[in-house]
Design a protein around this ligand. Structure first.
Ligand SMILES: [Zn+2]
Length: 668
């Protein structure tokens, strides 16, 4: 039987999903590793002097087979996994990491890359950037260290890949294992119809009749906490959520091992802490610069949150805010929101049918960048819920393909993300991208989104545009392959359009009547925008501080996890009423992968840019062609081909200012 990974991809770049069987992966990985090893060997044994073409470009082109299998495998282990795939993931993660290390710890290859950088060939700016980034990758993998030290760095990286994989799988397991099954109408008091229906669907999916089931996934627990009148049940589900990673599994030993290994690796590479190591490769550069931004937001946000707590206590009829509990916050916030703004989220949802919101983002992309999306139901998918779109320029030129995978299911990890099945490049041959957006909306017909989910869809679509409109020569500099604290600019700036009245009135149409959302409702929505911002900012920024704490203390790995976390949160004077958005044992951003470690702050960092950047559209017009063209050509198309601040300046004409962010969050 032939292995589809050994065949070239279809022109569309979309993998031949129906032909892929479980047993194909391991075989393709093994051959992919082998093939790239041979390709690297060919580069290092080349008798000719090292040049950009025979070294950097050759390295860039190596590993084509491996990429074909990786692009499918790492997507599906997130979006459509099962026990067999998870077991294989545990096998492959350290192998893939070891393979990557073997390339960047190869002294002959490093010598050639260095020789290219010393030869001063005349290179294009993009080639200079590829050279610089490649050198950096080698150095960060230990290329300048002694052999035993470098071997230790590789071993640590490999071990981290295994530990982080297990951390993420544990979170998925604990989430899937928990169910709050309710049987009486009493217990359900307060829950609106759509939440009840969701509970029914979940119960049915679990084979329970005569029950309503709620889970710790965000789209289930959030409305439950907002509406359930019974405080004991709110407490129960909340405690389940905040003990994720400690119930049927235990992520605490993993955390201690992960932070200890990260710290050891940073020391070997000459950095005081893992945070210093990670930030050295980002816009922020140092933990001090990150702290400065966090502090700038944290101080005013604490005042804001105290006011919010007092108002909630009054709404709850309590003598003081000390009597509130963390699981009360959502409930009384919802009550207060109704009192103050007369805003009914259930009524609002009627205007956010999933298909309408999806067409809304298409429309925004069309007005800004002139691109069209056409459904292609004939192309292969990895799950029947996935929808495929073909994206083209106004003149009909194909840009690439865009996959939407909207609905939650047990085989998908929680959260929302953008990824690629094929990255764009244009080195001799134009390779068009294949992008995917994954979300976790509860599947129902019609599927009505809450305002946060609408924002999520716009957000991920913004990342999607970054990948789709990428226009670079070298794959490894394209799309979202930028400094981690720049990557959220394209996504977060898209969220601004979602809630603009002029945009809302075009896509937010009533699910049954098709009527545009009334101005009165838009006004209420706008009026309530700053409501509860103290809470939202506190839970997010507290998690940023927690992340930095874990990665700024070289001895954190020796500490008790709960104690360490409590200390870190006490150090910033956090109110006990609000927990960080993620506690350590289910903080997947920082522990199920290296990328966002010491990097949860990147959303706030990028928010300085997106808030300031969107001002340009407010000044010149929401769909001003020149502003949109500048954003597309200076940011979206450029990927990581230049220093991000210089890209931003080229778009905006000046450095970003922090004031718009503070104003948008009501913290001025
Ligand atoms: Zn994002």
């Amino acid at each position: 039987m032939s292995n589809p990974f050994f065949e070239p991809l279809a022109d569309t770049g979309i993998p031949n999903f129906p032909a892929i069987r479980f047993e194909h992966y391991r075989e393709a990985f093994d051959r992919g590793f082998e093939q790239q090893r041979e390709e690297i060997q060919a580069i290092t044994s080349n008798p000719d002097a090292a040049t950009f073409a025979n070294t950097l470009e050759a390295l860039e082109h190596s590993g084509a087979l491996l990429r074909r299998v990786e692009d499918v495998f790492w997507n599906l282990t997130s979006s459509h996994t099962d026990e067999a795939l998870q077991a294989l993931e545990c096998e492959i993660a350290p192998l893939a990491s070891a393979h990557g290390s073997s390339i960047y710890a190869n002294p002959q290859l490093y010598a050639r890359v260095k020789a290219v950088s010393e030869a001063r060939e005349s290179l294009s700016p993009e080639q200079e950037q590829l050279l610089e980034e490649t050198l950096r990758t080698f150095i960060r993998a230990g290329a300048e260290l002694s052999d035993p030290q470098r071997a230790r760095v590789s071993a640590i990286t490999e071990q981290l890949a295994t530990l982080c994989t297990r951390f993420g799988q544990n979170v998925l397991k604990d989430n899937n294992d928990y169910a709050l099954a309710l049987h009486s109408r009493d217990e359900l008091a307060g829950l609106p119809d759509y939440v009840l229906e969701m509970g029914r669907d979940e119960a049915r999916a679990r084979g329970l009749s005569d029950a309503w089931v709620f889970t710790t996934s965000r789209s289930s627990i959030t409305p439950f906490l907002q509406y359930a009148d019974n405080p004991a049940l709110r407490e129960e589900i909340y405690r389940a959520y905040s003990s994720c990673g400690t119930r049927s599994v235990d992520n605490r030993p993993l955390i201690r091992e992960i932070v200890a290994l990260r710290s050891e690796r940073a020391a070997l590479l000459g950095f005081a802490t893992h945070a210093d190591f990670m930030l050295d490769d980002r816009m922020a550069k140092t933990p001090g610069a990150v702290r400065e931004l966090l502090d700038q937001v944290w101080q005013p946000c604490q005042e804001q949150v105290s006011k919010e707590a007092v108002a909630l206590a009054a709404c709850a009829g309590l003598a003081s805010e000390q009597e509130l509990a963390p699981w009360d916050w959502w409930y009384y916030t919802e009550k207060l929101r109704r009192e103050r703004f007369d805003l009914d989220p259930d009524e609002l949802k009627q205007y956010f049918k999933l298909e309408n919101v999806r067409d809304g983002v298409f429309d925004v992309a069309n007005k800004l960048y002139g691109i069209d999306f056409r459904e292609r139901a004939d192309l292969p998918v990895y799950h029947p819920d996935v929808q495929v779109y073909e994206a083209s320029e106004a003149d009909g030129t194909l840009i690439g393909y865009f996959l939407f995978d909207f609905y939650m299911r047990p085989s998908k990890r929680s959260g929302a993300w953008m990824s690629e099945f094929r990255a764009q490049s244009n080195n001799g041959e134009r390779i068009t991208p294949v992008i995917v957006n994954c979300c976790n909306f509860p599947k129902s017909d019609p599927c009505l989104l809450g305002v946060d989910e609408v924002r999520t869809l716009f957000h991920e679509f913004g990342h999607g545009l970054h990948g789709l409109l990428s226009n670079v020569r070298y794959r490894s500099l394209g799309g979202t392959k930028v400094k981690q604290d720049f990557v959220e600019l394209p996504s977060q700036i898209m969220e601004h359009w979602a809630m603009e009245p002029a945009v809302l009135s075009s896509y937010a149409r009533h699910v049954h009547t098709g009527a545009a959302i009334p101005d009165a409702l838009i006004n209420k929505l706008k009026a309530s925008e700053l409501f509860n911002q103290g809470f939202a900012t506190t839970e997010y920024v507290a998690a940023c501080y927690l992340d930095l704490a874990w990665h700024s203390d070289p001895d954190a790995g020796a500490r008790d996890v709960e104690e360490f976390e409590a200390q870190a949160l006490q150090d910033i004077g956090k109110t006990p009423l609000i927990d960080p958005r993620y506690k350590s044992t289910y903080f997947q951003h920082i522990f199920s992968d290296d990328h966002y470690s010491a990097g949860y702050y990147v959303y706030l960092w990028a928010e300085v840019l997106d808030a300031d950047g969107f001002e340009a559209f407010k000044e010149n017009g929401l769909f001003d062609p020149a502003t949109a063209a500048a954003f597309r050509s200076q940011v979206l198309e450029r990927g990581g081909t230049a220093d991000p601040m210089s890209l931003y300046r080229a778009f905006r004409g000046r450095d970003p200012e922090v004031t718009p962010l503070l104003r948008n969050r009501g913290l001025l």
